[in-house]
Design a binder for this molecule. Structure first.
Ligand code: BG6
Length: 256
């Protein structure tokens, strides 16, 4: 029955938080690998957390790309308290299709919440030279400053192989990821099971070390298939809050 289910999930949340070593885990029922509505439920939970974390003035929320964060945007509702909230993309181009890009999701979230947004227009796969000259541009510097001032970050986590393939990563990098057993991906960084960085996509915006200075970092990721990736990233990464689903949670508790 329903009460039983709620109780079981609360119990799982506590166990998983302990296993992952973070303060807050939220689990929605179901497995998003099999049912699309489960991803929407994670999205809904993400929007509620965002609202609760607002300071009420000069809030800046940085968002990543991906279908999961896209569902956070989809579930966002108009809120008069979000009028002054500024949404920004966490990082520049990471090789995603338009609908999965941080810029697109950021604009959708702001539009739905009736908040503000700023975008970061940077091509994917920057050369070292292009990177170094772009960060000298004053318009880019301004937006980078805003991004680094974010007080909340909401981001997805992916499986290394899935993300590398989705981004049409060159063959030599794909081989490297496989040889060095990359399992997780977040913010354009690829990690092995111990959280060592195997590869990083060169772009501007938030770097992994910047996240340590951001008060609230929320990860949203679910599906049994992502259990290993979520575990590898969360146990070693800077996120303190995780929204996940029963599919990923059960697998993490029993088999990872
Ligand atoms: C990408 C992010 O856009 O989405 C990645 O840059 C993240 O860091 C990925 O791993 C997750 O995608 P999805 O579709 O599984 O939510």
């Amino acid at each position: 029955d329903v009460m039983h289910e709620v109780f079981d999930l609360a119990d799982m949340e506590a166990k998983l938080a302990k296993k992952l070593g973070i303060s807050n885990v939220y689990i929605v029922p179901g497995d998003s690998d099999f049912f699309p509505w489960v991803k929407k439920e994670m999205g809904k939970k993400g929007t509620l957390l965002l609202k609760n974390l607002l300071k009420g003035e000069k809030d800046v929320i940085a968002v990543t790309g991906g279908t999961t964060i896209a569902s956070v945007a989809e579930m966002m509702e108009t809120d008069s308290e979000m009028q002054d909230t500024l949404f920004v993309p966490a990082r520049g181009g990471l090789g995603e299709q338009v609908e999965n890009q941080a810029n697109t999701i950021c604009a959708t979230m702001a539009r739905k919440a009736m908040g503000q947004y700023r975008l970061l227009h940077v091509p994917d796969q920057l050369s070292k030279e292009a990177h170094d000259s772009l960060i000298q541009e004053s318009s880019i510097r301004q937006i980078l400053e805003l991004i680094r001032s974010a007080n909340i970050v909401i981001h997805g986590i992916g499986q290394a192989k899935t993300m590398a393939e989705r981004r049409k990563t060159p063959e030599n990098i794909l081989n490297k990821l496989q040889d060095e057993q990359a399992v997780a991906e977040a913010f354009g960084y690829y990690f092995n099971h111990s959280g060592d960085i195997i590869h990083k996509v060169r772009t501007i915006g938030l770097q992994l070390e910047d996240l340590k200075h951001i008060p609230d970092v929320i990860a949203v990721a679910g599906g049994k298939s992502k259990a290993q990736a979520i575990y590898a990233y969360i146990t070693n990464g800077p996120s303190q809050m995780l929204v996940t689903d029963e599919g990923a949670a059960t697998e993490m508790l029993n088999n990872v």
